[in-house]
Every structure is written in C-alpha cells, then in structure tokens.
Design a protein around this ligand. Sequence first.
Ligand code: DAH
Length: 361
Amino acid sequence: MQKATANGYHSKQQTIMILEKIEALLKEVAALSAKNAEDIEQLRLKYLSKKGEINAVMADFRNVAADQKRAVGIKINELKQAATDKINELREQIETTETGTESIDLTRTAYPIGLGTRHPLTIVKNEIISIFQRMGFTLYNGPEIDDDKHVFTMLNFAADHPARDMQDTFFISQNKDDVTKNVLLRSHTSGDEAHYMETHEPPIRVLCPGRVYRNEAISARAHCFFHQVEGLYVDKNVSFTDLKQVLLTFAREMFGPDTKIRLRPSYFPFTEPSAEMDISCNICGGKGCGFCKHTGWVEILGCGMVDPHDLEACGIDPEVYTGYAFGMGVERITNLKYRVNDLRLFSENDTRFLEQFQSAY
Ligand code: DAH
C-alpha cells in the first residue's frame, strides 16, 4: 500500500475496490423489491440517507486517484440516480396496489353499524304525536325562549300570578315598566297556543311538543327542564264531550284498551272549566301500589275549554268559536310506560340506561 497523502490513500487498488463496490450496489439496487411503504422507507434509509451505502461510497471518493476521479464520479452519480429511480418506482407500485380496486372485496358483508337507540322520551313523544295525528292533529313547534305576553298574558295569567315569579320562571331579561315584555325560558308549552291562534284561523287542531324550563331543585321527582305536549282544538261547536272522548281514545291507545280515565275539576287561568285527568294506574292495574300512592289513579295531564279571553286576545271571536286544550308531561307518561323512577336518568346520558330502550319502538 502506498503512503497516505494529505488527501488519503491515492491508489489504483482503492479505485478498483470502489468501482467494484459501485457495480455490486448497482446490481443490488436493480433487484430491490418491497411489500409496503415501511419496506420502502427501510430501503431509502439503507441506500439514500446520510448514513446510507451511497454516502459511504462518496466518503471513499477522496481516496480515488486524481486521474480516476472523473470516471468514478460519473459512476457514483449513476448509482445514486439508479437507487432514487428504483425507490420511486417501488413507491408508485405500492401506492397503486394500496389504492387500486383489486384489493376491494365487493362480496364481503358490510361492517355492522352501531345505530344507537332512540331516547325514551323521544320514543314516547313520537307515540303521543302519532296517536293524535291519527285523530287529525297537525304539528307546531313554538319558541323555547319566549316573551311573557305569549307564555302568560295572552293566556289570562294575572299580572301577579305566582307562575311569573322568579321562583318558577327563568328570566332572560326583565322589563321593569312592562312585564309583558319580559323575555324568558317558557315554563309550559301552552304559550304555543297563543302563537298558533294569533297566526291561524279556526278550525285549529294542533299539537305542540317541546321542552320547558322551571327553576326547580333537581331531584328524582323534579328537574329544571322537562318536556310537554300541548294540544289545542278550536272550531264551531266544540264541547267538553269532544275533549273527554279524544282524551279517552288517547289513554287507551297509549296504555291499553282497558285503561280508565277520571277527570277532576281543577283550575288553570287559560281554561274554563278546567280539569286534571288521571288514568287507572297501569302498574298495578288500578288496585293500588307505591307508584299511584295506593289510590289506583295517576295524574297525567291538565285540560279544559279554552277561556274566551284567550280566543279574544288572539283575534278569534269567542261568540263564534269554542275550543279545548290539554297539556301533558312526557316524562310522566314515560315513567308510567317504562317504570322509570328517577327523572335524572333522562338527562345523564348513561348508556346503561339508554341501551335498555333499544327494542322499544
Ligand atoms: N300548562 C299546564 C302546566 O304546565 C298544563 C295544561 C293545563 C295545559 C290545562 C293545558 C290545559 O292546555 O288546558 O301545568
């Protein structure tokens, strides 16, 4: 071996060894294959990275005899180009097989899609709607954020009625000079009656489902929001008998043909006369149990004949038209149907509770 110069060993022998190495690498590169992107990355690292084989050859380049440098340089470039081309070629092949249509099996059955379940309140609400739709009622959705005028004033609530009180109603803004301009979260769906009558001529036969809000301490039996379905019928010659028959039909459709109803006189500002309706307890069949407090009856709704004041406030002539209205709590009916004993379960989003309604509709 010759003596090293400042540039390293300049020997023919060294040059031959580098050329042989380049030839060997060219052959190797030409025969490369890869199964996936990971393989290709490994090849890139092996040949083209900073610490790869080709850079190692380049490092030896300084040992090539000066008169051979040009020829060896050309060879190294050839090798580098060949490796780059080969790796790109392999990458293209993999990409076409990975995205190509050959790998899709059109006969394979589809993955089962977890559809989830309907919420029990939605199941019951839809059932209520469907029963009344069969009796000719249409749907109307009023605003959840409403004004005092529609929720209370037009429905004959006196200015000092406790329902307007901070205790019950969530106010969004209060107007000191004019309570009717107070903006609030509706505390019942009866306000939808005012909205609908204000904008529609009789005959009116409408059902208004929706969420309502009350400032209540949350417990198993009370919540700060719940759901109601309001019903309103206004036409010529509508009587209390019509109301009673519609409600009996509803109760039997909802809870079974043996269900009995009982109307107890009550008071609501917007109906006269007013009543609360009980159904025979469908948990004990009317014999008496914990749910019905051993009375055999469970209250499910409020109802009555629309007060002439409301009709007038909405521009409907009470001398010509009469009507009935009713409002029921969806939670109460769901509790009765599915024996849910804690209102909080409806809004906790616990799938162990919700999954139990998978086959309920
Ligand atoms: N809005 C009443 C409540 O929230 C329920 C109600 C009673 C609605 C009588 C009516 C009705 O339409 O006529 O307690």
